[in-house]
Design a protein around this ligand. Sequence first.
Ligand SMILES: [Mn+2]
Length: 410
Amino acid sequence: MPNRPFRFLHAADFHLEMPLHGVGEVPEHLVDLFLEAPYAAAEQVFETALAEDAAFVVLSGDLLSPQHTGPRGPLFLVEQFARLAERGKPVYWVGGGVDPPEAWPPAIRLPENVRRFPVGRVEAFTAERDGEPLACVLGAGRGGRQAIHAAAFSPAPGGLVTLAAIHGTADPAALKQRGLHYWALGGRHDRSTPLGSPTLVHWPGTPQGRRPSESGMHGCTVVDVDEQGRLRTTLATTDVLRWLSERLVVDEATTRETLETQLRERMHTLVETNPNIDLLVSWTVAGTGPLLGKLRRGPLAAELLEWLRGEYGRRSPPAWSLGVEAEPSLAMPPEWLEQETIRADFLRAIRSYETNPDQALDLETYRPEGEWAEALGPGMARIEKPARRRVLHEAALLGVDLLTGEEAES
Ligand SMILES: [Mn+2]
């Protein structure tokens, strides 16, 4: 049966309760944007649905924690939903970790066009246009952290395009077997499509990156469905502030001047490829040579940062540099292990932990009291590979850095 072509919009993880974070200080001219970005980006999602004339909108959870936003969050969503209602566009919203249906404040009424899914069982809605069915939208809220139960989802009879809205992760192979057209997933802040046709499995990511690690473009996904029921996804960017992580490589011959030229050239490329949006750039310098040592210690990193901020950070739109850091690398002369120094003792101890996986790290003694202890969880004492390898590597880097004198560097 040929389908009627249509278009819908898929978004998730607005996290209206979560401001931007992960930086030591926010310059005065970016403060408002830091606070407003989650709302501004979410508004862009609804703006996109209207501009692209999506038949309906699928929201895959973690839109807001009403407890933490206070009334502003729910009132904002109601206002946006109402804009879609005016144009006859339904919203299918499945709850995630922070937004199960019962978290919604009962005093704020959701517009009629919003369909919510129950927790723990699958409910099916039929999206229509002019009285004709366009698609079957399945969804189920999940309690706690249980895995997605793929077998509970089945395609609608008669070949009607079927979507499933779920918040969480699942094995794409298990989802593929169900024969649905589209898995509208939520819960990952990066955009990803682990499986293409004929079953599309897709996370649109959060509309707005929240911290330095959530770098690159963020937005929502416009999905086009053709007569054959084939789907095509397109990113619509919605972020109002973009985090970028840039890595430069230097060598023995690199001088401060050539590094400045590299920074300048890269910055121009960033501004060109990310036009009309405020940028937050973290710089990492890798490679070899004396300049790296100078970046690790001494005023060079701070001076470069000051220069970058002066040159690019106060333009409109600004490209604000968050930091300039030398990439940690453990390139060290082998004789360091043989010496009669504290550094050598330390490195030998690290190596012993590396070569004897049964030797417990015994980090329990360093475990802080109170709230932090809870955040770290009980597993800290029993760190497994590859976390164990990473911890040892970080410890070695830090130890070498602290136990190596200035002269030894040159
Ligand atoms: Mn989330």
